[in-house]
Design a protein around this ligand. Structure first.
Ligand code: UDP
Length: 245
C-alpha cells in the first residue's frame, strides 16, 4: 500500500490518503492537548499505545457485531481505516459522574448513574464543543432522526460491551467519547479511536481519587506518571485479549 498525501492533521492523529480511495492511514501522535487545546504537551509513546489499544478494542467490537472503520494496524502507531465522513458530533456515554457532568450539574464525582447517560456535543472547537439537545441537533441538521436513534442504540451497546471488557482488565469504565462516520454507502461506522485519551478509566482496586486515574485526566490535572498509566492500560488490554483467545 503506498501512502499518498496528508489529508488532515488533528490534535492526536494525522490522516493520509492511500492508493485505495476507500482507505485512509491514521498516524497516531504523541502530542496531547486538553481544555480545547489550551494545554499542550507530549506523552511519550502515546501514539503507539493508543493505536494498539484502539486496534484491539475495535477488533473486539467487530467480533461483537459492531461495525467500525478499523481495517488493520500495519505498524504500532498506524491504523488503516475505512474512509468515512465524520459526523460533527462527540457522543459521550457516562456510567459514573465525572468531568463536565459534575461541573454542570453539581453531581458528586464518582456517583454511579442508575442507567448509562448518552449525550451529544457539537464537535466545534470555536464554540467550545457545546452540549446539544436532540432538537438543536436536528435543527442544525447534524444528523437525521434515524441516525440519532441508531447512534444512541450503538453507543449503549458499545458501552455494555466495553464496560465488561474493561472490568476483565480490573478497570472501571467511567465515561468515554465516540465518533461516528458514514462510508460511501452511507453506512454508519464507529470511527476515531477508543483509548485513555477518550475514556475515563479508573483502576477498580484503587480507592484513592488521584491514584486510581489511568487516563488523560493524569495529564489534564498534572497528576504525574502519565506514560506509566497508559502503558499499564495497554498491558491489561493485551492480557485480557490473550485470555479470551
Ligand atoms: N472527551 C474526549 N474529547 C473531548 C471531550 C471529552 O475524548 O473533546 C471524553 C473525555 O475524555 C471523557 C468523556 O469524553 O472520557 C467525557 O468528557 P467530559 O464531558 O466530562 O469533558 P471534560 O470535563 O473531560 O472536558
Amino acid at each position: 500500500m503506498s501512502v499518498h498525501s496528508k489529508l488532515y492533521e488533528g490534535k492526536a492523529k494525522i490522516l493520509y490518503t492511500t492508493d485505495d480511495p476507500e482507505v485512509l492511514l491514521a498516524d497516531f501522535k504523541d502530542d496531547a492537548t486538553a481544555f480545547n487545546a489550551q494545554k499542550r504537551g507530549t506523552i511519550l509513546g502515546k501514539g503507539q499505545i493508543n493505536c494498539s489499544i484502539s486496534s484491539q478494542l475495535f477488533k473486539q467490537l467487530e467480533a461483537h457485531g459492531i461495525k467500525t472503520h478499523f481495517i488493520d494496524s500495519p505498524s504500532p502507531n498506524q491504523m488503516r481505516v475505512r474512509s468515512v465522513k465524520i459526523l460533527p458530533l462527540e457522543v459521550v456515554v457516562r456510567n459514573i459522574a465525572a468531568g463536565s457532568l459534575c461541573q454542570q450539574t453539581g453531581l458528586p464525582v464518582g456517583k454511579l448513574l442508575k442507567q448509562p447517560l448518552v449525550e451529544f456535543y457539537y464537535k466545534n472547537d470555536q464554540l467550545g464543543d457545546p452540549l446539544l439537545t436532540r432538537d438543536r441537533l436536528l435543527l442544525m441538521e447534524l444528523a437525521t432522526p434515524e441516525q440519532v436513534d441508531a447512534i444512541t442504540n450503538l453507543a449503549l451497546q458499545i458501552n455494555q460491551f466495553l464496560s465488561g471488557f474493561w472490568q476483565q482488565c480490573g478497570i472501571t469504565l467511567v465515561d468515554f467519547k465516540l465518533e461516528f462516520g458514514l462510508d460511501s454507502q452511507q453506512q454508519l461506522l464507529l470511527a476515531d479511536e477508543i483509548s485513555p485519551d477518550t475514556c475515563r478509566l479508573w483502576n477498580t482496586a484503587e480507592a484513592d481519587p488521584n491514584r486510581r486515574v489511568m487516563d488523560k485526566d493524569r495529564f489534564r490535572r498534572d497528576l504525574g506518571n502519565v506514560e506509566d498509566a497508559y502503558q499499564e492500560v495497554l498491558q491489561r488490554v493485551l492480557q485480557a485479549v490473550e485470555s479470551k483467545n
